[in-house]
Design a binder for this molecule. Structure first.
Ligand code: FE
Ligand code: FE
Ligand code: ZN
Length: 302
């Protein structure tokens, strides 16, 4: 069965609001940030919302393994030049794992980090050191390292780097990988030949380590190292190639999560942006590209 959903908010009624939003898109999976992705301010978890969310998930057959938390992208485990910042990132992620535990969430997606001025090998050592400290505090939550586009000095931009990090982790059962199709494309992977990539992944790391797939089209050409997501079928990767990822039998039980951009309504109303996920998911299920999808979304929200 296809397991698909999108990034959703966590701001209104916490997990309950996230489940409701996911259901409104026809999803049976979803991913959320416990607060704004670009900051580390977090409100305490309210168990009442969590309990209600569980009821709603059960009723709609959303499995816990299909619910994913994404760590904020400003924490950086790769650079330890400023020790207090490095320590802050570690402490934040320890708290984030605790929030996941309170929510019953088993998968946390993490950007490995950026070297910013230090040697890449050093940066990778810092990530490994930090992740071992972090994973020492849990036996329940798997940290999924996201494959990165290679923007700036990002780490995790090829199989070798991901493998090196995983090799250094003590609790191997608590480390996994999140593939992001836009990032793979931008880092130089030819997704037209996705099965060859999966073969390589399997040989180097083991395909069972893939716990999440972020399905995004890309605004930029292969190898551009840019990281700008595009709506499904409207970018350089294309609809059919993304369908082959989404329906690839080897990843059948892995949740597919859309992080495609919101769609603007009109010129006079630039502020208003609308989620494309209900429409993209429908199009994916129909397996047929609709070149008018974006204008239909704008129409729908008018
Ligand atoms: Fe991400
Ligand atoms: Fe992503
Ligand atoms: Zn991205």
């Amino acid at each position: 069965m296809l397991i698909i959903g999108s990034h959703v908010k966590f701001s209104k009624n916490q997990l309950l609001g996230s489940v409701q939003e996911a259901l409104s898109y026809g999803s049976n999976a979803f991913m959320f940030y416990t607060g704004a992705p670009q900051n580390t301010l977090r409100t305490p978890i309210n168990d009442l919302y969590t309990i209600e969310a569980y009821g709603l998930m059960k009723k709609n057959k959303i499995m816990l393994e299909s619910v994913i938390c994404h760590a904020p992208y400003i924490v950086n485990l790769a650079n330890n030049k400023d020790l207090s910042k490095y320590r802050f990132s570690i402490d934040f992620l320890i708290n984030e794992l605790e929030r996941c535990r309170l929510l019953g969430i088993r998968k946390l997606v993490l950007h490995p980090g950026s070297a910013v001025g230090i040697d890449r090998d050093e940066a990778i050592k810092n990530i490994i050191y930090a992740l071992n400290l972090i994973l020492d505090t849990t036996d329940e939550v798997t940290v999924c390292l996201e494959t990165m586009a290679g923007k700036g000095s990002e780490i995790g931009i090829n199989l070798e780097e991901i493998k090196t990090i995983i090799d250094g982790i003590n609790k191997k059962n608590l480390i996994g990988v999140c593939l992001d199709t836009c990032h793979l494309n931008d880092s130089g992977v030819d997704i037209n030949d996705f099965n060859t990539y999966l073969d390589q992944f399997d040989k180097e790391i083991g395909i069972d380590k893939i716990k999440v797939v972020h399905v995004n089209d890309s605004k930029n050409l292969i190898g551009s190292r840019k990281d700008r997501h595009e709506n499904i079928g409207f970018g350089t990767i294309g609809f059919d190639v993304l369908l082959n990822v989404i329906f690839n039998e080897r990843l059948e039980n892995v949740p597919k999560i859309l992080e495609t951009p919101y769609v603007g309504n009109s010129d006079e109303d630039k502020e208003r942006l609308y989620p494309p996920y209900k429409f993209e998911i429908e199009m994916i299920k129909n397996k047929k590209f609709d070149e008018n999808l974006l204008s239909k979304i704008r129409e729908n929200y008018k």
